[in-house]
Write a protein that binds this ligand. Structure first.
Ligand code: ATP
Length: 364
């Protein structure tokens, strides 16, 4: 049976005048991988510390595996925390680091050594038990810290930016290891990150936070494909956000008039109040470009100038601006298509996308 269901009910945390976590409601399924994602200062780490019991909620309830733990000390929550800097004890070796809490609990030496070696094997560090922390690479230290966090058999493992100290190659390798470990153990992992890519790659549930609120919570695909609002669309990356004034609609087919007299065709449900300004997003990989407008068969066509281009390996990122510079957006063109198009910086081109690829955001 999976363990580690976590529920936050109307949880708030203030520090003097500042509100770090503002009335959040969140349910994390037992045995799932959850990433708390958001910009610096949005309240991710505070949320993690509230679940761990390293901070106490100003109001609201925290329920773990059906038990009210809002005011329980960290040791009685069934959680364990892995810190960003790993916090290994420098003067004892890896086996002793992993066994340290067992020693405090009075477990006999042979038994704690056996358990420490089992945990080191789980993170593939069984051959490094006698090494001191400063004789290990960053990635190896992290594995030992993980083994140490697991020695109390937590039902929820809390990870605060666990990959941020690693180089990009190791970060990708270690994130796959974290995912493997989470699946193997069947417990809940809650992982704080700034990185959209990391959250999308790892999480069953992505929780996007902004200014102490939860802006959206859902599967990685839901959050990426169907952002609830402008903040999520911009933060998750790979989306352009456009604005336009309502003109008319026919069922779910809506016309908006944007800056530079640009007419947009989008689709969505206006819920019976069709007036005012609307925002919508279009994914950067859903935009086509060409030198000849008559070769575009899209509902939306924009005449624009290429102001910058960046090679990203499998695609080229184009920065595009309408002449009066009121509209700016990006297109990601697969490299093999880009190479046939001979598009260069400064060219006046046409960009197009279909209304099926527009996503209606909030009105304002
Ligand atoms: P980062 O990614 O930079 O670590 P974060 O999203 O994890 O940011 P938190 O560390 O949770 O953000 O902080 C949220 C807000 O609460 C910030 O404005 C921060 O300054 C404030 N805050 C956090 N801890 C304290 C504290 N002990 N005393 C006062 N304010 C705090």
């Amino acid at each position: 049976m999976h363990q580690g269901q976590v529920e936050l009910i109307h949880v708030c945390k203030s520090f003097d005048e500042s509100i770090a976590v503002d009335d959040i409601n969140l349910r994390i399924k037992a045995g799932s991988y959850c990433c708390l994602l958001g910009p610096s200062g949005c309240g991710k780490s505070t949320t993690l510390r509230l679940i761990a019991g390293h901070e106490l909620a100003s109001s609201g309830q925290i329920i773990i595996d059906g038990h009210e733990t809002t005011h329980a000390p960290p040791s009685q929550r069934g959680t364990a925390m892995m810190f960003q800097n790993y916090a290994l004890f420098p003067h004892i070796n890896c086996t002793e680091n992993v066994a340290f809490a067992l020693k405090l609990r009075g477990v006999a030496k042979p038994e704690r050594r056996k358990r420490a070696l089992e945990l080191l094997s789980l993170v593939k560090m069984q051959d490094y038990g006698d090494r001191m922390p400063d004789q290990l690479s960053g990635g190896q230290q992290q594995r030992v810290a993980l083994a140490r966090a697991l020695q109390n058999e937590p039902s929820v493992l809390l990870l605060d930016e666990p990959l941020s100290a690693l180089d990009p190659f190791l970060r990708i390798h270690m994130r796959a290891e974290l995912r493997r470990l989470q699946k193997e153990l069947g417990i809940t992992f809650i992982h704080v990150t700034h990185s959209q890519e990391e959250a999308l790659a790892l999480a069953d549930q992505v929780v996007v936070m902004d200014h102490g609120y939860i802006s959206q919570s859902g599967s990685a695909r839901e959050v990426f494909r169907c952002p609830d609002n402008e903040f999520v669309a911009r933060f998750i990356g790979g989306h352009n956000v456009f604005t336009g004034e309502y003109q008319q609609h026919d069922g779910e087919r809506i016309s908006l008039l944007g800056a530079s007299n640009q007419l947009y065709q989008i689709q969505g449900n206006l819920h019976g109040k069709p007036a005012g300004q609307y925002r919508f997003s279009v994914r950067t990989d859903h935009i086509n470009v060409t030198h000849q407008a008559d070769t575009l068969s899209n509902d939306n066509v924009v005449n624009c100038r290429v102001t910058d281009s960046e090679f990203h390996g499998s695609y080229v990122k184009l920065n595009l601006k309408v002449n009066d510079e009121q509209i700016e957006f990006n297109a990601h063109i697969p490299d093999h298509i880009f190479q046939q198009q001979h598009v260069k910086n400064g060219d006046q081109i046409w960009a197009g996308w279909d209304r099926q690829h527009t996503w209606l955001l909030d009105s304002y």
